[in-house]
Design a protein around this ligand. Structure first.
Ligand code: URA
Length: 210
């Protein structure tokens, strides 16, 4: 993946995103839409996975058929909102290994505070896709990627639903080697670090909390 930022402009993605942004969309519908969009984004983020061939037999003849090469890939969810993207991706890539980074945002400083970290072994030999719906300040994603690089991850991609220019810039400064795939690049952050126009707090909207 060469581009640092890929915006998936597919009509289905954009339509579903608009439904998610609307404030009256219910928790159940929001969660379902996030699951569906995650699979469409996953299609993009895995587009260039290395392939090999395997000798198989169809009912009619033998053939060398394409299959994914290398170790199973790793999905790393930034808790808790990352899990909304994770579920749909796991339906598409059921053999993926899964890691979790628990970071919460200190509301005063907007800086991430770590409370959980568990990731699969041999990240150095796996494509690692980090997922979090909202790339806002970029503090959490930069911190999560710092942590997985500390576990040898080298081939990393970041997948989100919405990105703010501030977060993209921060990621680009800290991790220029990590391509970002998103459904939209919004206008800016507000003074509380929320993305505008955005969709509100992704975790609250998907889990029905306030
Ligand atoms: N996290 C969210 O859930 N929403 C934002 O707008 C920014 C960060």
């Amino acid at each position: 993946m060469k581009d640092h930022l890929t915006i998936v402009r597919h009509p289905l993605v954009q339509h579903k995103l608009t439904l998610m942004r609307q404030k009256d969309t219910s928790t159940a519908v929001f969660r379902q839409l996030l699951r569906e969009i995650s699979q469409l984004l996953a299609y993009e983020v895995t587009r260039e996975l290395p392939m090999t061939t395997r000798a198989i037999e169809t009912p009619l003849q033998e053939m060398d058929a394409p299959v994914l090469a290398g170790r199973k890939l790793a999905l790393v969810s930034i808790l808790r909102a990352g899990n909304g993207l994770l579920d749909g991706m796991l339906e598409l890539i059921p053999s993926a290994r899964v890691g979790f980074v628990g970071l919460y945002r200190d509301e005063a400083t907007l800086k991430p505070v770590q409370y959980y970290f568990k990731v699969p072994e041999m990240l150095g030999q796996r494509l690692t896709i980090v997922v979090d719906p909202m790339l806002a300040t970029g503090n959490s994603s930069v911190a999560a990627i710092d942590l997985i690089k500390g576990k040898d991850a080298r081939d990393i991609r970041f997948m989100c639903l919405l990105a703010a220019p501030e977060g993209v810039e921060r990621m680009h400064q800290a991790h220029p080697d990590v391509p970002i795939v998103t459904a939209a690049l919004d206008e800016r952050l507000n003074e509380k670090g929320y993305i505008l126009p955005g969709l509100g707090d992704a975790g609250d909207r998907m889990f029905g909390t306030k």
